[in-house]
Design a protein around this ligand. Structure first.
Ligand SMILES: Nc1nc2c(ncn2[C@@H]2O[C@H](COP(=O)(O)OP(=O)(O)OP(=O)(O)O)[C@@H](O)[C@H]2O)c(=O)[nH]1
Ligand SMILES: [Zn+2]
Length: 201
């Protein structure tokens, strides 16, 4: 049994209960009128349970776990990683939303910088939870400010929501854009510079 993780201001999350998830998928198959014991579906509850464990693995991770490596490079200007592919789970329908995240920050006065891959790992921690896009965006920006003591942060996420593409309103291709801007990146010149780098193709 791994230790439960306490997320900032959120409930303590326990271990993933694979057996319970498997039973729930079996029940769902019965509810839709299928036979969970037929050949093709026999292994499905187990597969779906494992898929959810992977897709929601961020529930048992903290941003501090990934923003570990820091270098003192003395670089005090913006660092931006763009087009980070993301997949998250819409908490309203438990369907994926997917797209790209652009993450930039202005390092602390001390020049404390993290590894570039850690920015992609950070967004994964929050994406692999039941989410709404707005919260995903702000959680990444707030973590950069809090953990790296960044002087500014900008996070822009562009995503397509399967709950809007394959059901309900059925508008495939519609993109939702959200942004969170903190600290010195709120300054209009710096913000415009970041946005032009993000939008450049
Ligand atoms: N703001 C926000 N809304 C989201 C997100 N993901 C899904 N939604 C929306 O959540 C809403 C849920 O609305 P409800 O009326 O409760 O559910 P519904 O009847 O399934 O809604 P429809 O999708 O319009 O059919 C929908 O409008 C979704 O498009 C998200 O990340 N952010
Ligand atoms: Zn949804």
């Amino acid at each position: 049994m791994t230790d439960p993780v306490t997320l900032d201001g959120e409930a303590t999350i326990g271990e993933f209960d694979e057996k319970r998830a498997e039973n729930a998928v079996r029940e769902l198959l019965i509810a839709v009128g299928e036979d969970p014991d037929r050949e093709g579906l026999r292994a499905t509850p187990g597969r779906v349970a494992r898929a959810y464990r992977e897709l929601l693995a961020g529930l048992r991770q903290k941003p501090e776990d990934v923003l570990t490596t820091t270098f003192d490079l003395g670089h005090d200007e913006m660092v931006l990683v763009k087009d980070i592919a993301i997949v998250s789970m819409c908490e309203h329908h438990l369907l994926p939303f997917h797209g790209v995240a652009h993450i930039g920050y202005i390092p602390a006065e001390s020049g404390k910088i993290t590894g570039l891959s850690k920015l992609a790992r950070l967004v994964e921690v929050f994406a692999r939870r039941p989410q709404v896009q707005e919260r995903l965006t702000t959680q990444v920006a707030d973590s950069l400010m809090r953990i790296l003591e960044a002087r500014g942060a900008i996070v822009v996420i562009e995503a397509e929501h399967m709950c809007m593409s394959v059901r309900g309103i059925r508008k495939p291709g519609a993109k939702t854009l959200t942004s969170a801007v903190r600290g010195q990146l709120r300054d209009s010149t710096t913000r415009a510079e970041a946005m032009s780098l993000i939008m450049a193709r």
